[in-house]
Design a protein around this ligand. Structure first.
Ligand SMILES: NC(=O)c1ccc[n+]([C@@H]2O[C@H](COP(=O)([O-])OP(=O)(O)OC[C@H]3O[C@@H](n4cnc5c(N)ncnc54)[C@H](OP(=O)(O)O)[C@@H]3O)[C@@H](O)[C@H]2O)c1
Length: 304
């Protein structure tokens, strides 16, 4: 079901009706397939989030109970683009994201925002083998304009009581889509080797629907528990999916010479998420176990 069909009747729907924003995006596509697989009523839209009249009209037309906001300016081919296109980045990631949340409030709609955890970097109090960042910790990574817009908007958006903010990091799908974190690092000439929190979509997207359906609000670090290094990921990838795969490492200093925007490296604390999900009988596997299963699904599907 898509947003191309208009809905009839002015009454609020008896059951949940999902409207996915950023309907042509990568995460949006996974959400749509998931909801359709669950037999739920789902629509998508590509209306620009910053266009208040059009957003309000779309909410009025579709009458969703839940908006899943998977829209955002991510830059092409990567976030380096945002460094040189600051107004466009702000229009989407700050003005648009906030506007959509506000319009949902006005219309009494729950709004789930697929946000990012790339707003932190390791420091003296949060080394890679120390505690992960909590939802309440202030952002400390301003190395990229993209991350800065995301951190700024979260800071105000968290006060909306209709808004659930899910912080994804380095999302991974069960295929080798170009936006999959594994596809990206497998194609780089050289990769750094630093532990990070990652989001395995097969594990986390069903959890996003659960949280939204239960009307949860506030910020959640939205990754698998634990952290995994690039070399650990690529070793599992080689061992399970592509035996001929080889790669080369370089240092953060060497990486800095070939990228325009800095890249966040951090571990997020997932205690709040896993505790909440336990209430609904849902468990998220630790990241090493999750990658193992993800690559086994890839192999079973014939991905090489
Ligand atoms: N993929 C990652 O590595 C990653 C990691 C953490 C968080 N996230 C966040 O998760 C969300 C989804 O990511 P994704 O990987 O699915 O990105 P994506 O494939 O680039 O999809 C984003 C979609 O949002 C649309 N969009 C951009 N600005 C918009 C606006 N102002 N109004 C309406 N639609 C707009 C884009 O359409 P156009 O192309 O037409 O502009 C695109 O279809 C983003 O907010 C992203 O920041 C992604």
């Amino acid at each position: 079901m898509t947003a191309t069909t208009s809905t009839n009747g002015a009454q609020a729907p008896a059951s949940n009706r999902f409207l996915i924003w950023g309907g042509e995006g990568w995460v949006a596509g996974h959400l749509k397939a998931l909801l359709e697989g669950q037999g739920k009523e789902v629509y998508t839209t590509t209306i620009r989030m910053e266009n208040r009249e059009a957003v309000l009209a779309e909410l009025e037309r579709v009458k969703p109970t839940h908006v899943l906001n998977a829209a955002g300016c991510t830059g092409r081919p990567n976030v380096d683009w945002c460094e040189d296109n600051r107004e466009a980045t702000m229009r989407s990631n700050v003005v648009g994201t906030l506007n959509l949340t506000d319009c949902c409030l006005v219309k009494g709609v729950h709004c789930t925002v697929f946000a990012t955890g790339c707003i932190y970097q390791y420091d003296e109090t949060h080394p890679w083998d120390g505690p992960g960042y909590l939802e309440t910790d202030a952002a400390n990574f301003a190395g990229s304009f993209y991350s800065m817009t995301k951190a700024h908007v979260e800071e105000v958006m968290k006060h909306y009581n209709n808004c659930l903010i899910l912080r994804l990091r380095m999302p991974v799908s069960d295929d080798l889509h170009p936006r999959n974190f594994v596809t990206k690092i497998a194609k780089y000439e050289r990769v750094v080797d630093i532990p990070n929190s990652n989001t395995i979509l097969t594990d986390l997207l069903p959890a996003s629907i659960l949280l939204a359906e239960h009307g949860e609000v506030g910020i959640y670090n939205f990754t698998n528990p634990g952290a995994i290094s690039h070399n650990e990921v690529l070793t599992l990838f080689r061992d399970i999916v592509r035996p001929s795969f080889t790669w080369k490492n370089f240092t953060l200093d060497e990486q800095a010479k070939v990228i325009k925007a800095g890249r966040s490296n951090c571990k997020l604390d997932t205690t709040k998420l896993t505790t909440k999900l336990k209430e609904y009988g849902y468990e998220v596997p630790e990241i090493h176990e999750a990658y193992q299963k993800c690559f086994e699904r890839m192999k079973a599907a014939g991905v090489q």
